[in-house]
Design a binder for this molecule. Structure first.
Ligand SMILES: [Zn+2]
Length: 58
């Protein structure tokens, strides 16, 4: 739970799980596939990218 995505650089996208607030890396191609759910590695919750609590795109 101590992830610090803001300290990372590069072409990474980050999503925040709406269930447990865990931040995790998301490939750009995954974000573009709107019919594919993201799966939180923290709690296993799956959700559409549009349902993410927050999204960081670089
Ligand atoms: Zn989660």
């Amino acid at each position: 739970m101590s992830d610090a995505p803001f300290e990372k650089s590069g072409n990474a996208n980050w999503a925040q799980c709406p269930k447990c607030d865990h931040w995790f890396h998301v490939a750009t191609t995954l974000l573009r596939m709107t019919d594919v759910d993201l799966i939180c590695p923290g709690c296993g919750h799956s959700f559409a990218s549009s349902d993410a609590k927050e999204l960081l795109e670089h």
